[in-house]
Design a binder for this molecule. Sequence first.
Ligand SMILES: CC1=C(CCC(=O)O)c2cc3nc(cc4[nH]c(cc5[nH]c(cc1n2)c(C)c5CCC(=O)O)c(CCC(=O)O)c4C)C(CCC(=O)O)=C3C
Ligand SMILES: [Fe+2]
Length: 366
Amino acid sequence: MFSPAGPDVSPYDALLLLSFGGPEKPDDVVPFLENVTRGRGIPRERLEEVGEHYFLFGGRSPINDQNRAFLAAIREDLAGSGIDLPVYWGNRNWTPYLAEALAQMRDDGITRAAVLTTSAYSSYSSCRQYRENLADAVAEVEGAPRLDRLRQYFNHPGFVEPVVDATLAGLAELPDGVRERAELVFVTHSIPTEMAATSGPDGDAYVRQHLSAAAEVTSRVRQETGRHHEQSLVYCSRSGSPRTPWLEPDVNDHLPAVAERGGRAVVLIPVGFVSDHMEVIYDLDTEALATAEKLGLEAVRAATPGVDPRFVAMVRDLLVERAAAERGESVEASAVGDLRAWPGVCAVGCCPNPRGERPALCGMDA
Ligand SMILES: CC1=C(CCC(=O)O)c2cc3nc(cc4[nH]c(cc5[nH]c(cc1n2)c(C)c5CCC(=O)O)c(CCC(=O)O)c4C)C(CCC(=O)O)=C3C
Ligand SMILES: [Fe+2]
């Protein structure tokens, strides 16, 4: 049978999906939380509280099933595009662990893989920490393949467009009469303000990237509806010591402000999350929607990109783009909004580890 050759993805012989990981049964919850917070100084009460969020959902995080569905969709998309490339999966904090994936890749004869993380933005937590985990796992697994982390994709059209459609769908769900003045509330994971200030090569990348993605979504929504909706960027999942400042306002403090100024409806847009993680199903669907109800605000939570075909195709686009760049070809990197496509190789010293420097892969200094 004739099968058309797809785009050239050499020098890569595999793709690796790198994610956070999450518990899958009640007995996993405490050991998972210990993995995530080792040496992080998270207060005991916060850990117990977060444990309760997981127990409320049967001790099972949605994140692994989301990744299984994402993997299946990526494999189908690559095969359908004539790209014959094995796809592996490894997590930072729960099984299947990254080191296990690397050992399997080595055993399968993989020598060089592109890595996609399920985190779209720059900061220590969302970027360098993944790069440190890559360095640790490569040090642990003898003969591990060479790894190139694909660029941050907060402004890739394959990420932004599904968020636009999800926002439009959210607006459509609101009752006539309040929809027209609904506010767009973009929500992301809070991080310490110091971590935010030092994110990216020039600082403040975490917030600037989110503001750029949010502005692009709002402007495209306006093009579709002919109406400008007020927008804001707010935060969820604050952790750490109460004495350490984190990005604010929390979504639950922002909603009362919306109600106070006469707002009647909001669309909560989890722009910081690529799929329905615990933060989305607990912090937004459970907590923030309850806050809105108490305030008498109509509220809808917009869908995450998940397995939207455009988001899945983005993975292929980033892979093909980076492969061409690695072959020394000039490439057009897709990006929307007011920031350029983020560099594929991180700058020296960007997104520093607040606890001191550790080895990290995929940077100019690696
Ligand atoms: C920026 C960011 C993202 C987005 C980028 C990305 O996706 O990477 C993210 C994602 C996630 N965070 C997750 C879970 C947790 N994060 C914690 C703690 C922390 N997160 C932080 C930041 C981020 N986290 C920070 C600065 C801490 C403090 C401790 C530290 O400095 O590391 C804790 C400990 C308890 C607590 O303190 O809340 C848990 C359990 C899950 C899994 C969810 C699921 O199961 O579906 C996911 C996807
Ligand atoms: Fe987190």
